[in-house]
Design a protein around this ligand. Structure first.
Ligand code: BGC
Ligand code: BGC
Length: 613
């Protein structure tokens, strides 16, 4: 059991002092290098040896495309990241390991040999890596309501990430999405904080290990984006977006009731890091929100890991110059700065701010202490380099992992309509398959897959929904290419990939070509199952009568067979809506629970099939 309480610190310091004087901790090996010494002692010992430049280096995170290993060494950089889609070329596990080890060697050759954390957005599997197992995005996991499954997904994600060297993931996103027009809806487990309460802890335990190990086959996790990211008001978006990065206007009572529980769970699960949100709260950018970051998160909730900015997040603080932005953000309580490209400017600016006394050394020490603590807890000083055995074991994208992803797909599906018990389909059926998302791995995976925004087409290895259906019927039924030869049509419609504000959308309509296909099938009189592959509800009220069956499949990832598993009744539906499916978008913000609240399908809705059991 690790002691994290601040109360023990003075005692430890005393022990350190005595230990140093009478030499019980050993004269040659500095305390911080002694793996058997308590973490708090190691942190204080190392901190006491560091120069200001070394401390500021620890607080700096640069993007792999904008920093060379020599620079990591020269500036004592504390962390390197892969931004969305940023990978070494060729994008193979071997190149990742080489890249990671090159950075780590540079860090380990600094005076104090402090290892780096290498961060990447492994948000639904290790999605920057081609060939990795890609799980459903969080919105689908929210529909499963299955913490045990999420813990397994976390473990696998950690293992595949670790097999490439990287030791830190910027996940889970614990956003509580309150407006489905937000482009990050699919990164959320859902609209009701009971889902974050149920799932966040288990997922983090999967990623970091049940006791917060963070080392070996586990990674350091990040709860993001603190605070209120899913609660912004439409029309207040920043950086040119409609809602993304916007203003959260709710009362503090509502902020705490809706958006804080995910962080409480994350802290209980010993999450290593928390990322600050781009949005504002009541007009103040979260990146300068001292009350919420220092008073609430660190002091009131007792978060003892470190706080990291979002991508250039401090640059969105409305201050006259970069110097003031840095001062405000550091003094608000942020510990590490994701300054992907202009990290050098950050280093110079923070140094100046400390010299001028606008940032205290005590604040710097608090930040560095937190960062070092996570690095010690993760065992990085003892095992800084990639574990090549994991590579040799070929865990990335292996069958055993894909089986779990397929299970997750199955459990994420929500049955919304099933007239005349059209489902389950008989495996002997003659099936007409149509729709723009029926046979497209890229569309199935959505954003944050291989590239930041995601992309249509065969972007990585996996099984499309169509291929899954083909495999299910191959011994008995048939896929037909003419409607007049079909018993049933399976039409897979939905969204094309997007990420973040680029996905803000005030209409959420079906694609025009999909609408034509649906019309054509209706005219032919063939009963149809419509499957929606999308990051959120689409506006379908006016077409719903035409469809016998409707399934929400969210963004299932690489294992599309999970859909066929349920369509043909090998498994029943168990998923339930993680958010309200509105009739139209006129009523946002949704007045949850109000008398006139009248959605197409309510939160928690989900049918099962009659399997004659
Ligand atoms: C996103 C974060 C992400 C970070 C690093 C930001 O734009 O908001 O969710 O972790 O980039 O890729
Ligand atoms: C990066 C993402 C990041 C985004 C923020 C992109 O260029 O690849 O990781 O989240 O910028 O705007």
């Amino acid at each position: 059991m690790r002691r994290r309480s601040w109360v023990v610190l003075p005692c430890l310091l005393l022990a350190l002092l005595i230990g140093g004087v009478i030499g019980i901790t050993g004269a040659e090996v500095p305390v911080y290098k002694d793996a058997s010494a308590p973490v708090a002692l190691r942190v204080e010992d190392l901190l006491s040896r560091m120069t200001l430049a070394e401390k500021i280096g620890q607080m700096t995170q640069a993007e792999r495309g904008a920093i060379k290993p020599e620079e990591v060494q020269k500036y004592y950089i504390g962390s390197v990241l892969s931004g969305g889609g940023s990978a070494p070329w060729p994008n193979t596990p071997q190149s990742w390991v080489r890249m990671y080890d090159d950075y780590q060697k540079a860090a380990m050759s600094t005076r104090l040999a402090i290892p780096i954390l290498y961060g990447t957005d492994a948000v639904h599997g290790h999605n920057n890596l081609r060939g990795a197992t890609i799980f459903p995005h969080n919105i689908g996991l929210g529909a499963t309501r299955d913490p045990e499954l999420l813990e397994r997904i976390g473990r696998i994600t950690a293992l595949e990430t670790r097999a490439t060297g990287a030791n830190w993931t910027f996940s889970p996103c614990v956003a509580v999405v309150r407006d489905i027009r937000w482009g990050r809806t699919y990164e959320s487990f859902g609209e009701n904080p009971e889902l974050q309460r149920l799932l966040v802890g288990a997922y983090i335990k999967g990623l970091q290990g049940p006791d917060g190990e963070m080392g070996g086959e586990y990674v350091v996790a990040t709860a993001k984006h603190f605070l209120g990211d899913g609660g912004a008001t439409w029309g207040t978006g920043d950086a040119g977006f409609r809602i993304d990065r916007g203003n959260v206007a709710v009362s503090e009572e509502e902020l705490r009731a809706v958006h804080l529980p995910g962080y409480e769970e994350a802290i209980k699960a010993q999450v290593g890091t928390i990322m600050v949100a781009f949005n504002s709260y009541q007009g103040l950018k979260m990146h300068e929100h001292k009350y919420l970051i220092t008073d609430v998160l660190k002091n009131e909730l007792g978060f003892s890991g470190f706080v990291v900015t979002d991508w250039e997040g401090i640059r969105e603080i409305p201050a006259p110059d970069f110097y003031s932005k840095v001062v405000r953000a550091v003094n608000a309580g942020i510990d590490m700065f994701m300054e992907p490209n202009r990290w050098r400017e950050f280093v110079v600016t923070l140094e100046k701010a400390v010299q001028k006394g606008d940032v205290s050394e005590a604040r710097i020490d608090d930040a560095v202490r937190r960062i070092l603590r996570v690095k010690f807890q993760a065992g990085l000083f003892e095992a800084p380099y990639a574990d090549r055995d994991l590579l040799a074991q070929k865990v990335i994208g292996c069958d055993a992992h894909r089986v779990i992803a397929r299970e997750a797909v199955r459990k994420s599906l929500v049955l919304l309509k099933n007239e005349n018990n059209l489902l389950p389909l008989a495996k002997e059926s003659r099936i007409y398959i149509a729709g723009s998302n029926a046979d497209d791995i890229g569309n199935q995976c959505g954003g944050w897959t291989i590239t930041w925004q995601g992309k249509s087409g065969p972007i990585t290895t996996g099984t499309t929904i169509r291929a899954g259906i083909e495999a299910a019927v191959k011994n008995s039924g048939r896929i037909v290419s003419r409607l007049d030869a079909a018993d049933v049509a399976v039409v897979v419609v939905g969204e094309k990939p997007y990420a973040e504000g680029a996905g803000d959308n005030g209409r959420l309509t079906l694609d025009a070509t999909d609408l034509m296909v649906l019309k054509e099938i209706k005219a032919a009189g063939v009963p149809m199952v419509v499957i929606i592959v999308a990051g959120r509800p689409l506006m379908i009220s006016e077409y719903l009568d035409d469809w016998e069956a409707l399934v929400a499949a969210w963004l299932p990832g690489t294992e599309g067979q999970g859909v066929a598993d349920v369509l043909f009744g090998d498994y029943n539906f168990t998923g339930r809506l993680p958010l309200t499916w509105p009739k139209n978008l006129d009523r946002y913000p949704l007045n949850y629970g109000a008398a006139d609240y009248d959605p197409l399908f309510s939160y928690g809705y989900g049918l099962t099939m009659d399997l004659g059991e």
